[in-house]
Design a protein around this ligand. Sequence first.
Ligand SMILES: Nc1nc2c(c(=O)[nH]1)N[C@H]1C(S)=C(S)[C@@H](COP(=O)(O)OP(=O)(O)OC[C@H]3O[C@@H](n4cnc5c(=O)[nH]c(N)nc54)[C@H](O)[C@@H]3O)O[C@H]1N2
Ligand SMILES: Nc1nc2c(c(=O)[nH]1)N[C@H]1C(S)=C(S)[C@@H](COP(=O)(O)OP(=O)(O)OC[C@H]3O[C@@H](n4cnc5c(=O)[nH]c(N)nc54)[C@H](O)[C@@H]3O)O[C@H]1N2
Ligand SMILES: [Mo]
Length: 796
Amino acid sequence: MALFQKTDTLGEDGFDNPQMRGCARGRSLRGLVFGADRLKYPIKRKNWQPGGENVNGHLRGKDEWERLSWEEALDMAATETKRIIDTYGNVSILTPKNAGPNRFLCSVGGTTSQWCCTSSGGFYWTSQKMIGGGWPYHALTLSDRFEYRDSKLIVLWGHNPTWASQGGAIYHLMAAKEAGAKIIVVDPIYHDAAKIVADEFIPVRPATDAAFFLALAHEMIINNLQDQEFLDKYCVGFDAEHMPEGADPTGNFKDYVLGTYDGMPKTAEWASKICGTPVEMIKSLAQQMATIKPLAFTCTRAPARTYHGDQFAQGFLTVGWMTGEVGKKGSMVGHVVTSNVGSFHNGPRLIAAGSSGVPGIANPVSPYRHYQIDPFDEGDWSTINQSEVWDATIDGKYQHGVRGVLPIDIRMINHMGSGCGLNQYPGMTRGIEAHRKVDFVLADGYFMHTNARYADIVFPITTPWEAEGRTLLTKTNKEMVLAIEQITEPLFEAKPDIYLEEELAVRLGVDREVIAPLSRAQQIHNQLAGATVLAEDGVTKETLFTITAADIPSGVEGEPQQGKITLDQFFTDKVYRVKRSPGDNYGYTALKDYIDDPVANPRETSTGKFEIYCQAISDWCDAVGYTSKPPIAVYQVPEEGYETTFSDWENQVKGPYPLQLLALHCLRTVHSSYDNVPYVREAFPNELLINPVDANERGVKNGDTVLITSKHGKSLRIASVSERIMPGVLRLDQCSWVDVDEEDGIDRAGSPNYLIGPLKSGSGIQAWNNCNVQVEKWTGTPLEPDCLWPQRVLEV
Ligand SMILES: Nc1nc2c(c(=O)[nH]1)N[C@H]1C(S)=C(S)[C@@H](COP(=O)(O)OP(=O)(O)OC[C@H]3O[C@@H](n4cnc5c(=O)[nH]c(N)nc54)[C@H](O)[C@@H]3O)O[C@H]1N2
Ligand SMILES: Nc1nc2c(c(=O)[nH]1)N[C@H]1C(S)=C(S)[C@@H](COP(=O)(O)OP(=O)(O)OC[C@H]3O[C@@H](n4cnc5c(=O)[nH]c(N)nc54)[C@H](O)[C@@H]3O)O[C@H]1N2
Ligand SMILES: [Mo]
């Protein structure tokens, strides 16, 4: 059977309504679903059995496996979970995944969850507090894709949409360029988007952008280029005359930049030593940003996924607002969310699915998970920051917001459901140690991915392509939905997540209906029947699907309804797109209401304005309890960054880890997903990108195997020597499946989180893009390209 994600062939292809092309991962689905390494049966680690105290935990990741029947495995997992709850309480079970705890564990008293800033780095909380609004998500402030054709200057700061963004991003950039926009890219890498559309490329070292922003501000101030009227009217905190009530006037941004009180003007020369950008480039960018209008000033969240990443977000917004380029056609300042909407499909979704109708189950151990946290809440909850879950498990304590450091005794790690936390969270060497410390690790998976490899019991789970029925996928850009359908019966003994959860819950005395109150068919029907699309007026919600009596499966409750497209048509086309044209009612100019009338439409900040001086974000970081920061954008040296590559910064003497490592979202994988598929490995080898200057210093040639060492771990990779990356900076893909050689403790797969430490800062950021490393030529056996490695096929 051929199984490729179909590509969009609907309608006429063109800049207004481009067909959406399937990506390399989608086209590799066959290798994922029908991979020889699919997990076929429930399995148990040979030297583990229920009953605790840590039965041979040191063998996790090394032990052999034995096959169990589903009944045996379910009984064993349920008995051990119950023992742990009865002995140590629900709080002793850690569920380290973004998707949140399972219905099963919530229904039996809950579990310690994790919270994080994951994708968003410093932007999540900083954007809400400085811009106002967005709750419970970020405050997003970029405009609809058509508006880029009105921009005369587009800045892509740490923004490579050719790799990480859905929605045909590069096509929209090309259209903007054709319409006359100049495009400037600022990045440590001369990436593919730069190659295709950039008129100028400006290099910058990772985790140093905050210094660059201050120099841009300095340059604008000394040449009086800032839009003072905009700053006075819409912002607080730029200068001493416009501070929020009660704030110390000497704490304003302008005086910090000029060095009025600290004697240190944040000049281009000062910044250049830190960020590595030539002085002339900094000055020229300030000039261009302040004078070429309309300006679209965009970045991703990648540079904010760094230690002190809040200061990136603050600096970016502050300098953007200094240009006054907000809320008008083609003028915008904001960060993109490449993961959900794509880089240029900003604004509210035009199409929405109905609710499945299944109510959530609260987690009695904590109301918080994923992005949600209230560090000021002094209640008796237990949620651990993603950067701290492994340390907390090993050390028995964690930071509980304003309550400070509290003890915790984790006895079980629950990996059920989606996510691959052990591979994906920073500090994997600590993660492996944590997994070896507890009594029980429970996992499921399609394969023996990292979570499964270090577990005691693993259940084989069906992929979405084995799930019954046909439904719609709305996790696309805002203008379209895709059809998804079952393409094969469940393989081997794989079963759906819900089956696993239901069976475990029943064994602990919970009613089946609590876990699965509605059949899958009913849930799908609810999603299809409730789907809506905005009418041409851009306001009215219309029913999307026509559903006939024959479309409603027996046993499913529902009524026939009239919509814009029949289900048969949708599942034939496989895609539904809203037709766009310039000037239509689906456009969106971010923040227009505030700019048009700031009195009638105040921002949801404490002052009602944009807060360049933002006490709220400073208070928030203090409450989280890792590192504190002043209310304005400043530059603070990170725990790992550029300065820390030196042992003696004053005399510029390099230290033991003289290079900076980036770990980027890549063409090969979606995070750790697809990393086991040999043909994406072949097409996109995860090589260490290194500049010729650094390679030559180390006698490393293109194709050589190199050893990468950090304070936290060691990895081998093949070097790819190229001038496309700045000297002093390296790049790996996030995130290959770690493959540790137990003899020497070195990871063969180049999995970046094995090198990256669990650093903790600011609003609770995961610091993925600032790791300090050393590289040397590997004198042992050279690595074979990983596309030739045997797959992890378990013979049990
Ligand atoms: N070094 C570094 N690390 C990073 C990042 C980085 O930039 N650098 N980025 C971070 C970011 S932004 C993110 S979002 C995270 C993502 O990290 P994760 O959320 O852990 O995502 P994946 O690695 O794709 O893991 C998804 C796993 O869930 C399984 N799965 C998918 N659907 C289901 C399902 O329905 N049921 C079950 N049981 N399993 C399912 C897949 O097979 C796969 O193994 O990674 C983070 N880690
Ligand atoms: N193919 C693919 N696409 C994906 C994903 C995937 O795994 N694979 N994951 C999705 C998800 S969940 C997310 S969160 C997004 C993430 O997507 P993004 O947030 O866009 O992150 P990246 O693609 O890792 O990095 C974007 C750019 O930032 C630059 N950069 C990194 N650090 C710095 C820095 O300190 N300063 C500057 N100036 N630039 C820097 C990198 O060189 C790169 O060019 O991607 C989504 N899209
Ligand atoms: Mo993400």
